[in-house]
Design a protein around this ligand. Structure first.
Ligand code: NAP
Length: 480
């Protein structure tokens, strides 16, 4: 097996697993070969992870923030040094092309560790004068935070959660998706090497059952989930039982609006990035592409011509631009949605086919707002084209969805760009580009797409609680 870790979990600074626990093969999506065998965490292992995290958090939370920051920045350097090996591992686990994982996965994780390492020491409270008396506030860690990841950006998701959590003095127990269990273990190794005390970052494996056990444990102070809306509902409800803090990074059905004055070539590039990168398995994808009636056909023609240049193939080949779907289950879900698109009357401009684990990049035109492919998250390489006539109409149609993760628009008219962005119901908007998510920019959803924000200084608010300390400088009065 090409990627077998020493053991399945990383708890209290070491690899371990129970040999009697059920095992699951971890597959390379391209050829179905077994690259590792991973065991599900037992109750005793979950308990051990909490014990380790509770103990480690006391030490870690008491360290000077600048020291914590130094550890995170060292971890960022190690991630960058090992980017080639980590990218190959991520490609084996997810099936994403190596030309993507080399720039978008561990590299983005390293950015998060560097950014939060850098600002760890700036997490200050306030001094509030009250005449002679005064109040000061402390930004305190929450305790042990649980992170639960999706399978599309495994190490990036682990870093986006661990970096702000650890910077603020929390410990974390992370459960990767059972589809992609490997790279979070490498992050755990790297954090230890960078100087984090054992137990500050633990990884336990398993399906939803393990995630549910983590969230309902009384020692869990917060859960940050990246996943689908149905899972978000369950995890949010479980967290509510214990009034735990939550961050929910959930699904999307985001619009990309192309106005009549847009640069068509750039807008086509954005539509390609917004639908076919990672075989379309990206939460913020702009899957509803609204193009002004006057340029709709020219746009569609260029889009289809350029999609013909996509190179499906071995994800480890640097020339490959489209990899397989992560699993047969995901491929079948996407193909079922393509069938729905056809049967509900959308016109297939290209793609719609599947060979083995691959789904060809697919473009539908003539899509109407009520069709399933216009309303439901597909999470695959399927783009829907819509035609519109005026600004008010397209804003209303763009917002007519239960999701609110992201949105993009293309125009050369500066005032229109900002006017429209202000009306779009989405957590992240792009003007004249799409899907750029630098760590400096807060990221998260409105409506069903989620609660809370990752990245930027905003993320620290979700990993700290404020303590107010009233300081009395005089005598204390009492009525009797
Ligand atoms: P998913 O099926 O919702 O699973 C997400 C994670 O939750 C997995 O680790 C899963 O475990 C775990 N889980 C399932 N049931 C649980 C429960 N009852 N309690 C605790 N944990 C539970 O999502 P996915 O299929 O992995 O990922 C695709 C979805 O993620 C899409 O909807 C996509 O839009 C969303 N996503 C959102 C963002 C964002 O930042 N907004 C980013 C990436 C992806 P197992 O799967 O291992 O059983």
């Amino acid at each position: 097996m090409r990627a077998q870790p020493p053991a399945s979990h990383f708890i209290d600074g070491t690899y371990r697993h129970d040999d009697t626990a059920p095992a699951r093969p971890d597959l390379y999506p391209y050829d179905g070969s077994v690259i590792a065998e991973i065991r599900e965490a037992t109750e005793a292992e979950i308990d051990a992870a909490f014990e380790a995290a509770v103990a480690a958090q006391k030490i870690w939370g008491a360290m000077a923030p600048v020291e914590r920051g130094r550890v995170l920045r060292r971890a960022a350097d190690l991630l960058r040094e090992r980017n080639a090996a980590l990218s190959e591992l991520e490609t084996l686990d997810t099936g994403k092309p190596i030309q993507e994982t080399l720039v978008a996965d561990a590299a983005s994780g390293a950015d998060a560790l560097e950014f939060f390492g850098g600002i760890a020491a700036t997490l200050n409270g306030e001094m509030i004068p009250l005449g002679e008396d005064w109040v000061y506030t402390r930004r305190e860690p929450l305790g042990v935070c649980v992170g639960i990841g999706a399978w599309n950006y495994p190490i990036q998701i682990a870093c986006w959660k661990a970096a702000p959590a650890l910077a603020a003095g929390n410990a974390m127990i992370f459960k990767p998706s059972e589809e992609t269990p490997l790279s979070a273990l490498k992050l755990a190794e790297i954090l230890i090497e960078a100087g984090a005390p054992p137990g500050v970052f633990n990884v336990v494996q398993g399906a939803g059952r393990v995630g549910a056990a983590l969230v309902s444990d009384p020692r869990c102070a917060k859960v940050s989930l990246t996943g689908s809306v149905p899972t978000g509902r369950k995890v949010y409800a479980a967290a509510a039982e214990g009034i735990r803090h939550v961050t929910m990074e959930l699904g999307g059905k985001s619009p990309l609006i192309v106005f009549e004055d847009a640069d068509i070539e750039n807008a086509v590039s954005a539509a390609i990035n917004a639908n076919f990168y990672s075989s379309g398995q990206i939460c913020s994808n702009g899957t509803r592409v609204y193009v002004h009636k006057s340029i709709h056909d020219a746009f569609a023609e260029r889009l289809v011509a350029r999609v013909a240049n996509a190179r499906l193939g071995d994800p480890l080949d640097p020339e490959t631009t489209i990899g397989p779907m992560v699993s047969e289950t995901q491929r079948d879900k996407v193909l079922a949605m393509i069938e729905k698109g056809k049967s509900e009357g959308a016109a297939l401009l290209c793609g719609g086919t599947s060979e083995g684990p691959f789904v060809a990049p697919t473009v539908f035109a003539g899509v109407t707002d009520g069709m399933s492919i216009a309303r439901d998250e597909i999470f695959g390489p399927v783009l829907s084209l819509f035609s519109f006539e005026d600004e008010d109409e397209v804003v209303n149609r763009a917002n007519n969805t239960d999701f609110g993760l992201a949105a993009g628009l293309f125009t050369r008219d500066l005032t229109r760009a900002h006017r429209v962005v202000a009306r779009l119901q989405a957590g992240t908007c792009w003007i004249n580009t799409y899907n750029l998510t630098p760590v400096e920019s807060p990221f998260g959803g409105n409506k069903l797409s989620g609660v809370g924000r990752e990245n930027a200084r905003a993320a620290l608010d979700h990993y700290t609680q404020t303590k107010s300390v009233y300081v009395c400088m005089g005598d204390t009065e009492a009525p009797f």
